[in-house]
Design a protein. Sequence first.
Length: 421
Amino acid sequence: MRRTFLLPVFFITYALAYVDRANYGFGAAAGMARTLHLTESRSALLAALFFLGYSAFQVPGMLFARRWSATRLAFLALLLWGVLASLTGVIRNFAWLALDRLLLGVAESIIFPAMLLLLTHWFVRAERSRANTALILGNPVTVLWMSAITGYLIESVGWQRMFLIEGLPAVLWAFLWIAVMRDHPSQAPWMDPEQAARLELEICAQQPDLASPDGERTALKSILLRCDVLQLCLQYFCWSLGVYGFVLWLPTMVRRGADLSMGRTGLLSAAPYLLALPLMILAGRISDRTLRRQQVVWPFLLLAGIAMLGSFFFAGNSFPLAFVCLVLAGGCMFAPYGPFFAILPERVPQTVLGEAFALVNSFGALGGFAGSYLVGLLHAVTGRQTAGYLLMSLALLLSALLVFRLPRVSASSSVRELNHA
């Protein structure tokens, strides 16, 4: 019942967040810059400003969530980002639109690390990759249906009303979230008290807390300076550069490459995410069965980088071949998210895990800023898509190398090491 009840709630919440960060690419492809009399470089900056706001409040937001409630903070974030996402279709002034996109990133900044933290409260180690995968499946599933529908929605009502329509569900969902979600199993009225107590004891035994507040502060400082955590930060920066450069500018790449209507552009743009779904499920199952997280992550990222490099070579000669490579790259770059976010809980104690998630995710947000801005800027400056393909390919290949070179340690030894730091 726990998995059946909770995982859809996590899935839908993160899916709504992804709608309001990914639909900007469709607005851009539909001529948003032309309607608002923006240069292409300014349009790229608007796409990127979301990630600047998203990165700035990751760690402070997680500290606040731990001291107050991750569930309640997510409720407020849902309300705020739903309103700000809808305003993207209303505001006509560049400065105000830039502020809106920046604040939208701030509003969404707490969601992902907070939900990763909540998953560690509700699922034991052997379930964690699959639970993370169920959460992050919200990414490709959302972009899949959004790609298929948003193009036709823009053709029907325009890109402005599209933003209004796609922002409102987050506001409505906020009230269902706060009604059913709790921070710990023992707080959930629908959970059997004995089962909740056993679950919390098992999770606590797998991830022991630090002995004292002083130990917690020492451990948090140690995490900020630990080589493996910093390596994960750099790796996630490179990975996110490739992912968000891909997600936000794929509709533009497809529309310019194939000269299609927005409706058909949306349908073609859905293909990579259709491939991502079975690959994510497969990666999560292999990871939980073997408990070998890194060995599942880096091969997928290597394949994504090689496929993106194929798009770079084929783009000038054959759009169909370049598109096939884009589909493979998209599927592979999403596949290992679940195993990746099961790495940190096996290296750091529960008491500082939220801050560690937030730190890594903030670097990922900076990578998203770099990818969304630089890929769009390269398109604007060169007038071609190939430079963006090359940038994303190099970033993905480097991210694969960084995971491959990550020191391999067992969860228990890592926690003991940190407890004695």
